[in-house]
Design a protein around this ligand. Structure first.
Ligand SMILES: Nc1ncnc2c1ncn2[C@@H]1O[C@H](COP(=O)(O)OP(=O)(O)OP(=O)(O)O)[C@@H](O)[C@H]1O
Ligand SMILES: [Mg+2]
Length: 251
């Protein structure tokens, strides 16, 4: 369960997130939508304990400020208990390392023994359809395969919570659909609670249980998927149709 109350984030005095509330029940998948620069990634980073914020973020009953106490030590007891995975928007992969070492990176930092790491990495790569690619370098892979390596890295430690930051960006519709299917498969088999940040309407429609739309640091739509796509809400309609006219300024 994820509960966010009055979240506020600013950089150099500029407010990016201006008091938002979010709630994702256990096993649910919330899609966070909003135009470029609206603060989707910033929210996911705060939720992962990677940046500072004001307000409260509670994950499975634990106030994640606790993670800061350990300077976000991935091997800390709190981090191990929460098992939060974050799939970076830019992939966050190491070009010079092979696929295996990229997926194993976090596990090694968690000081898991090498024998278990081998099983976890191989299992995770199989899950995303990349079995047999362990020795390839990241630079040898297509963009779509790199996205899958990012997912495999997030999945390898059997997370409870996953934050997907724009995993379908830059992919063709077929590859994008396969990533959506993978997110659904993960949700159903691992019973994860997750948030997906995206402006890919096709992906959102397919995987979301609920949708929150951010605009100017606030939530302007929050509710179920059918309500969002019924386009009765003026913000939702403009966002879905990409119209210039409407309550959302284009710049
Ligand atoms: N570390 C930082 N320091 C200063 N400003 C930042 C920092 N991180 C993000 N920002 C600013 O916060 C705003 C929101 O950025 P964010 O990356 O969250 O947008 P987004 O909704 O994820 O956009 P996109 O759809 O393009 O991924 C932007 O104006 C960005 O410049
Ligand atoms: Mg982003």
């Amino acid at each position: 369960m994820i509960r966010v109350k009055d979240l506020r984030i600013s950089f150099d005095g500029k407010t990016i997130i201006d008091g938002i509330d979010l709630y994702v029940p256990e096993g649910g998948l919330l899609v966070l939508m909003g135009k470029n620069g609206s603060g989707k990634s910033v929210i996911l980073k705060a939720l992962s304990g990677l940046i500072d914020y004001n307000g409260t973020i509670e994950i499975n009953g634990i106030d994640i400020q606790e993670l800061y106490k350990d300077r976000y030590d991935i091997a800390s007891e709190t981090a191990k208990r929460l098992r939060i995975a974050y799939v970076f928007q830019k992939g966050g992969l190491f070009d010079s390392m092979n696929v295996f070492d990229n997926v194993a990176f976090g596990l090694r930092r968690m000081r898991v023994d090498e024998g278990s790491i081998e099983n976890m990495v191989v299992g995770s790569l199989a899950r995303v359809g990349l079995k047999g690619n362990e020795q390839k370098l990241i630079s040898e892979l297509s963009g779509g395969m790199q996205k899958r390596v990012g997912l495999a890295r997030a999945l390898c430690f059997n997370p409870n919570i996953i934050f997907f930051d724009d995993p379908t960006a830059g992919l063709d519709p077929i590859l994008s659909d396969s990533i959506s299917d993978l997110m659904l498969e993960i949700k159903n088999s691992l019973k994860t609670t997750s948030i997906l940040a995206t402006h890919d309407n096709r992906a959102a429609h397919k995987v979301a249980d609920s949708i929150a739309l951010i605009y100017k640091g606030k939530i302007v739509y929050s509710g179920d998927v059918s309500g969002f796509y019924s386009k009765t809400d003026t913000y939702a309609r403009q966002f879905i149709e990409g119209e210039i006219e409407g309550p959302i300024d284009i710049f």
